[in-house]
Design a protein around this ligand. Structure first.
Ligand SMILES: Nc1nc2c(ncn2[C@@H]2O[C@H](COP(=O)(O)OP(=O)(O)OP(=O)(O)O)[C@@H](O)[C@H]2O)c(=O)[nH]1
Length: 892
């Protein structure tokens, strides 16, 4: 005890390497730090005993071992001194079969041994999940000798040679019974095969087996003890290693030279397993991922469990980016999955609920549709109690062909009748007006028009009780007459014919009747049931009769509504008023609209701040059939939008927000699809051309008219696509949109600012301006037919400010000017602007610098300008010069 022997000395004595001795020491439970550590006498004795015991058993083992040298070598590694017996195995091969047979028969357990071998092979990849959990347990018990695994390798390298697998196998068998080993080879092979089918159990058995077998080795139990322990421990280690390999299956069937790493990994893994009581599959899975294993194989094991639990809520549609966030995955992953579904998508694309559901399922989520139901807040349309119903005024729409006198008739009626009850006030154009007669009251929808106002008519028909079809007695049935008939028929609205222009000499009402009879509008005098009135908007003749007919018809219809409830109606017209904000004319159809009511209308909401009737009078409330201009919208609604009063502001806002969200998502979804589809369509059939248009108009009515007019022009060869339509001035975003979609921008009754002009030029966007619809229609038509005449384009030259004027005999007024921008050119086209308003358009007649004629005068110079046939020039006027350049038509 006093003199300490160092590990190194002892290893020399025993003929072991320091490392081997250190192993031995560790197995004996003697803790040393290095080969220089001292050992007490007791410890030395212990080691010596153990060593000698081990070497004896080793001898016996080796002598008995007839099989391949594998085992021997391994043994020898454990106790080097016994390296000599190695050659023996080759000499006694025959003994094996018997022993093997015995072992196999006597002990069916040998299975575990092969296990390790079976486990190791690559099929680890095939059945990772099964084997894993079980394999981990043994690891958890004995992970403390990672180095052993590395040691084991040299053994194999040494020579076991051809069949390293067998080596392992036999080693495992050894503790059980050396003599059995030979037989193990064959039996093992069979078992291996079996194993392959059920790899799960082995790991567990591997551990238990050594003990069982250790008892059996009858031949030399005692002497073998020490060696056995050692060997067993080694085997365990080796088994451990194998188990590790087995359990580490999925990602890495590790190359042997990496076993150390694998063992370390195994340690981590076992720790993970220990930590948890359940859900084993999960943590190892994660570890494996961390170790650089493939992520994908793991997912299937983890995802299903999540699936049943996780839900996401979607309302109609969802942006791809939002869906990714909700699923907690990268957008790219979703895009990838969508591609696999054959859908190309971008982060901002909206997915409909079906697509989103499929996608979410892939990531283990359920989709719950959570549509916001505005029905909860908006009172459902219900049949009113008959007792609550009160008579209401008929709402009348006047339709007819262009120039047949619709506007004239409306005006004539208004002029002649409106004052009867609503004295005072100035007639306001709010899209509808009230007419009081001695016989009764009516409301007229003011939808004057050209054929292009079809949209307005259609909208009118939704709220209209009676249609007055105006047909000029001197013209008869024309295109729009037919359309009007179809519209009113489709809407199921009774129609009264007003044969107009009866004052005209060539008026031929009989012809009109004949022609209309072809459309089943047979007059009463001919035995039909269509009411005819013969009027003259010009002379106001027959108006009373017409109105009486209308009121009679209304009586027949028994038009009633319940005024004692929240108001419902439709927007007749809406606009953005500079001073008052968004205003809309509502035709109340049921209930009563009060000042202060909260409402929802289309995508917008609001609170009634003010109500005006068609005479501009501020009123407190409006009942059924009353057209009323409402202030208080938070945005400009669209003509035809339903207007519904709701309980309070909150509800109104909530509903409007929901509608806007839905609309946005729908638009997004639609836009992307259309782009894709049209792209495909263009590729598939190049014969079909598409004329894209962005239309901006002054008011909603014009916009609808324009859209309807051009949309109708679509043919099989050329499709007219309205990329966007809106009211108000042309904005930068309109130009960008037109530019992005190769669209022509049409401005109806709107003009661009200088900045917008510049941007349009930069973007090479063609802007066309119109103030007459048929002109626009004709040009678009011509463009589509490829017949558009060369375009005369205006090229701005410059501006000069008039500083003074001179009256020159025989010449007229000459303006003394300063060119403030660009230049003026002789014979250039010109406009005279006074306070920004064009008051003359013509040509520069004379251009002089001092007394000389000048061809052009540049900015910063004074000049004298005479305008062709125009003398009313005043100081402060602006003379704008421009050129007209003929260009090839670009609309097609
Ligand atoms: N002689 C005569 N001319 C009429 C009568 N009614 C309308 N006109 C004229 O017919 C032309 C067209 O009348 P409008 O009232 O503008 O016709 P419209 O149907 O409203 O035309 P659009 O608004 O372009 O669709 C005008 O010049 C009117 O003066 C009528 O009863 N007698």
């Amino acid at each position: 005890m006093t003199t300490k022997m160092r590990v190194r000395e002892l290893s020399n004595e025993l003929g072991l390497s320091n490392k081997e001795l250190l192993h031995l020491l560790r197995e004996l439970g003697i803790q040393v730090k290095s080969h220089m550590s001292g050992l007490s006498d007791d410890e030395v004795d212990q080691v010596r005993q153990r060593f000698h015991a081990g070497s004896q058993s080793q001898d016996s083992v080796q002598k008995r071992t007839t099989r391949s040298g594998v085992i021997v070598r391994r043994r020898r590694r454990a106790a080097k001194s016994e390296s000599e017996p190695e050659p023996q195995p080759a000499e006694e091969p025959e003994a094996e079969p018997e022993a093997a047979a015995e072992a196999a028969a006597a002990e069916p357990q040998p299975e575990p041994a092969p296990t390790a071998r079976i486990v190791e092979p690559p099929h680890a990849d095939e059945e990772p999940e099964e084997g894993e959990p079980e394999a981990e347990e043994p690891e958890a018990e004995e992970p403390q000798h990672p180095e052993e695994t590395t040691q084991a390798e040299p053994a194999q390298d040494t020579g076991v040679a051809q069949e390293p697998q067998e080596t392992e196998e036999t080693i495992q068998e050894q503790p059980a019974e050396d003599s059995e080993e030979p037989s193990e080879t064959e039996a093992g092979k069979k078992k291996k095969k079996k194993r392959k089918k059920k790899p799960e159990s082995p790991a567990v058995k591997v551990i238990s087996k050594p003990e069982v077998t250790a008892e059996e080795p009858a031949p030399s139990p005692a002497p073998a003890e020490a060696a056995d322990t050692e060997a067993a421990s080694k085997k365990k280690k080796k088994k451990d290693k194998r188990v590790v390999d087995f359990s580490s299956t999925p990602a890495e069937a590790e190359p042997q030279d990496k076993r150390k790493a694998s063992t370390q990994w195994k340690k981590k893994k076992s720790a993970g397993v220990k930590d948890k009581t359940g859900g084993k599959e999960r943590r190892p899975g994660r570890k494996r991922q961390q170790q650089g294993g493939k992520a994908e194989p793991v997912r299937p094991t983890t995802q299903p469990t999540k699936a049943s639990k996780r839900k996401i809520k979607i309302d109609e549609a969802i942006r791809l980016g939002d869906l990714a966030r909700q699923l907690g995955v990268k957008v790219q992953e979703l895009i990838k999955s969508l591609m696999q579904l054959g859908i190309m998508a971008t982060i901002n694309q909206s997915l409909d609920i079906e697509t989103a559901t499929v996608l979410a399922e892939e990531f283990g989520y359920e989709v719950e549709k959570v549509g916001f139901s505005e029905d909860e807040f908006i009172l459902p349309k219900e049949e009113d109690n008959p007792e609550a119903l009160e008579p209401r005024w008929p709402v009348v729409t006047i339709m007819g062909h262009v120039d047949h006198g619709k506007t004239s008739l409306l005006d004539a009626i208004r002029e002649s009748k409106i004052t009867t009850k609503e004295a005072g006030g100035i007639t306001q154009h709010i899209g509808a007006y009230y007419v009081g007669t001695d016989r009764g009251e009516l409301v007229f929808l003011d939808t004057p028009g050209h054929e292009a106002f079809t949209a307005m008519r259609a909208r009118g028909a939704q709220v209209t009780d009676i249609v007055i079809l105006v047909v000029a007695a001197d013209d008869g049935v024309m295109d729009q007459t037919r359309e009007a008939i179809n519209h009113s028929k489709a809407a199921g609205v009774p129609l009264i014919v007003a044969v107009n222009k009866m004052d005209k000499e060539n008026a031929d009402p009989e012809r009109v009747k004949r022609e209309l009879a072809e459309f089943d509008l047979v007059p009463e005098e001919w035995g039909g049931d269509t009411i005819y009135a013969y009027v003259s908007a010009k002379s106001h003749s027959g108006l009373d009769d017409l109105l009486e007919m209308v009121l009679l018809q209304a009586e027949v219809q028994e038009l009633k509504a319940n005024p004692a409830k929240r108001a419902r109606g439709h927007i007749v017209e809406a606009k953005l008023d500079k001073g008052r904000g968004a205003v809309g004319t509502v035709l109340v159809q049921e209930g009563t609209l009060h000042h202060g009511d909260a409402f929802v209308c289309g995508l917008y909401h609001g609170k009634v701040r003010a109500l005006f009737n068609d005479r501009g009078k501020n009123i407190k409330s409006a009942g059924p059939s009353m057209p009323v201009e409402v202030q208080g919208f938070d945005g400009v609604p669209e003509a035809g939008d339903e207007f519904v009063a709701v309980q309070d502001d909150k509800v109104a806002r909530r509903i409007a927000e929901e509608r806007q969200t839905k609309q946005r998502e729908k638009d997004l979804a639609k836009e992307t699809k259309v782009t894709l589809e049209s792209f495909m369509a263009a590729k598939a059939d190049e014969e079909v051309k598409s004329l894209n248009l962005v239309i901006k108009a002054d008011v909603q009515g014009s916009l609808e008219a324009c859209i309807e007019a051009v949309r109708k022009l679509s043919t099989d060869e050329v499709k007219v696509e309205i990329i966007h339509g809106g009211t108000g001035s042309i904005s930068e975003s309109d130009i960008m949109l037109a530019s992005a979609s190769s669209a022509v921008l049409i401005g109806f009754n709107v003009r661009p600012t200088a900045r917008i002009k510049d941007i349009a030029e930069q973007e090479k966007v063609d802007i066309r301006f119109y103030d007459v619809i048929y002109q626009m229609v004709n040009e678009v038509k011509d463009a589509m037919a490829g017949m558009l005449a060369p375009v005369v384009k205006e090229v701005y030259l410059g501006q000069a400010e008039v500083r003074d004027t001179f009256s020159v005999p025989k010449v007229g007024t000459v303006a003394g000017c300063m060119v403030v921008d660009g230049k003026l050119q002789r014979n250039a086209h010109t406009r005279l602007l006074r306070d920004g308003v064009v008051i003359y358009t013509g040509k520069i007649d004379s251009l002089k610098r001092f007394k000389d004629d000048a061809k052009e005068v540049q900015k910063g110079f004074e000049c004298g300008v005479g305008l062709e046939n125009f003398n009313d020039i005043k100081s402060g006027d602006i003379i704008e010069a421009f050129e007209e350049v003929q260009e090839k038509a670009t609309l097609d």
